[in-house]
Write a protein of this length. Structure first.
Length: 229
């Protein structure tokens, strides 16, 4: 089983390489997690988010979000709103349109939303080390800790990871409560949560937009567009 070594130690590239080490660990499945084991996920994520850099992205390391390539190149402005638009939403919007799974009217709505990002993204944030694909199945819980799996790391907005924890399935509030014990959660996060999930919705539509699993994400995109218009 792939385990995470603390990405909090520099240099970042060396730590990413070390994360490829394999180690067998005893797993407690999600349905059997105790409150403390759910809390360990919040603590692990908040601890990761203590690591910061000067620029959004990760110059030395691209990667994958699921099966899709992830472009981590910093943007010239070094503003989160521009990074999110240029490196996440616009590429995935293009891939969703190219897949022919995204209706033209819905694609136009996403494009309008992207144009409005400066008014939607909230206060500028410090570039923070992210898991990058922090949905709950990408955390392995043992009796004493949570271990990060299948990371798609880069320096971005910490609310991205918080939005993805319950992206597929709900999680107990204990996850967020434990996170907030280490790192405060901005009160505006809940209003921005669907905005941060939108790139993931577009990825699902690109890969799996015609299946029983993927089709409902069209409604999620439509709801997000309506929410932020």
């Amino acid at each position: 089983m792939l385990t995470s070594h603390p990405l909090a130690r520099a240099p970042i590239v060396r730590e990413i390489e070390r994360a490829a080490l394999l180690e067998a660990v005893p797993e407690i499945p999600a349905q059997a997690r105790s409150v403390n084991q759910w809390r360990s996920i919040g603590h692990a994520l908040a601890t990761l988010h203590q690591v910061h850099e000067e620029r959004f992205g990760l110059e030395q390391f691209d990667g994958f979000f699921g099966p899709l390539r992830q472009d981590n190149r910093p943007v010239a402005s070094n503003r989160w709103v521009d990074f999110y638009a240029e490196r996440r939403l616009l590429p995935l919007l293009r891939s969703a349109v190219d897949s022919c799974h995204l209706f033209p009217e819905l694609a136009a709505g996403v494009e309008r939303l992207i144009n409005r990002l400066p008014a939607l993204c909230g206060p500028e944030t410090r570039p923070t080390l992210l898991h990058g694909d922090a949905q709950q199945n990408n955390f392995l819980t043992t009796a004493t800790q949570a271990i990060l799996l299948d990371a798609a790391p880069y320096f971005g907005h910490p609310e991205i990871d918080l939005a993805l924890i319950d992206y597929f399935e709900p999680v107990p509030s204990a996850v967020f409560d434990a996170y907030a014990e280490i790192t405060p959660i901005d009160p505006g996060f809940r209003q921005r949560r669907e905005l941060w999930r939108l790139f993931g919705y577009l990825a699902v539509i690109t890969v799996d937009g015609t299946s029983a699993f993927g089709r409902p994400f069209l409604n999620r995109i439509a709801q997000a567009v309506a929410t932020y218009e």
